[in-house]
Design a protein around this ligand. Structure first.
Ligand code: 6XA
Ligand code: ZN
Length: 343
């Protein structure tokens, strides 16, 4: 299986996020991807390739022009306002109910308009890293279109929380949604399976009114898990998209036996949708010792996960998302991919 990787993610290292009432050390760190890359090499999964540059057009198919413009200039505006040595850009006020969005305001107005949390800081290298992550996902998609059975987009920063006009949850541009839209534009029918611990609110909302892309997500129930405000079971799609969104929120401490049942349900729905390609938001934060999540999957369960996904018998693009236990992350990521390859 081909892996797509770019070193530019190393420059996206905010170091801290605002969480639990204080600045805390970031968990979404460059070492995540570096360790996975080393494990891909060690276990000889296949070649590691640099992405191609697909330009801005595929991004514009999914994201609002104002968000894209802002992300591209946010760091510069922030440092003009607060100085060269200012900490990473984090919003401190939002146009919540009754207040007016300011997509053309100053850097604080635009941060509040386009960000939905305080965990997604912007630094100088953020924009280049976000663009590279998109190109990584698109390069994986192109490999699939070229006939590969599977590909691994080792993207960072992750993407599934970013909607058309909001960034948050460590995500700036929605890598997997951009790849799914690219498949649609190539005349192919994609389904998305999101196995990250967190609901992919961005991916859901991008395709919520559409019948041409199926979104299925397995995640911690938003009544206790981020992103808190989307991902409930009664969100089934709207308008033409009614029935093309499946949320399977699960209880705290869910283990493989329950997880496997939900995964089987999701794959049944995916098979019924009869897609040409499957895209997997591969988050590994369902692991029992993940520092920010509360599921109980074990190292060997990820091999089963890969085998189960392979049984759907679809060309499959894996796109890296969350997962923060640095001791296990590389092993469990490659377990999924190995399980798939052997399944
Ligand atoms: C911020 C939590 C962000 C979760 C990010 C993630 N308090 N998403 O792993 O999949
Ligand atoms: Zn996650």
């Amino acid at each position: 299986m081909k892996t797509f990787y770019a070193a530019s993610h190393l420059e996206h290292a905010p170091g801290q996020e605002f969480e639990g009432g204080r600045l805390t050390p970031a968990v979404e760190v460059p070492a995540r991807v570096e360790r996975v890359r080393a494990e891909v090499e060690r276990r000889k999964l296949g070649p590691i390739l640099a992405p191609e540059d697909f330009g801005m057009a595929p991004i514009a198919r999914v994201h609002d022009a104002g968000l894209v413009q802002f992300l591209g200039e946010a760091s510069e505006l922030w440092h003009k306002r607060y100085g060269e040595n200012a900490p990473p850009a984090i919003p401190s006020a939002w146009p919540a109910r009754g207040l007016r969005e300011r997509p053309v305001g100053d850097v604080e107005s635009r941060l509040g308009t386009y960000a939905f949390d305080t965990a997604t800081p912007i630094v100088k290298g953020t924009w280049n890293a976000a663009l590279a992550a998109v190109n990584i996902a698109l390069s994986g998609a192109q490999a699939i279109k070229g006939g590969e059975r599977a590909a691994f987009a080792l993207a960072r920063p992750p993407g599934h929380h970013a909607s058309a006009d909001l960034f948050g949850g460590y995500c700036y541009l929605n890598n997997i949604a951009i790849a799914a839209q690219w498949f649609v534009d190539q005349g192919l029918k994609p389904a998305i399976l999101d196995v990250d611990y967190h609901h992919g609110n961005g991916t859901q909302s991008i395709f919520y009114n559409r019948s041409d892309v199926l979104y299925c997500s397995l995640h911690g129930d938003p009544s206790f898990a981020f992103p808190h405000f989307l991902g409930f079971a009664d969100e089934t799609g709207a308008g033409a998209g009614e029935g093309a969104n499946l949320n399977l929120p699960m209880a705290m401490y869910t283990d493989w036996s329950h997880y496997a049942e939900a995964l089987a349900l999701a794959l049944k729905r995916i098979t019924a949708f009869a897609p040409d390609v499957l895209l997997v938001s591969l988050g590994l934060d369902t692991f029992e010792a993940d520092p920010i999540s509360r599921f109980k999957l074990k190292r060997e369960d990820y091999l089963r996960m890969g085998e189960t996904i392979a049984a759907a018998n679809l060309p499959t693009l894996f796109v890296f998302e969350g997962g923060y236990n640095l001791d296990a992350l590389a092993e469990i990521t490659v377990n999924v991919l190995d399980g798939f390859a052997g399944g």
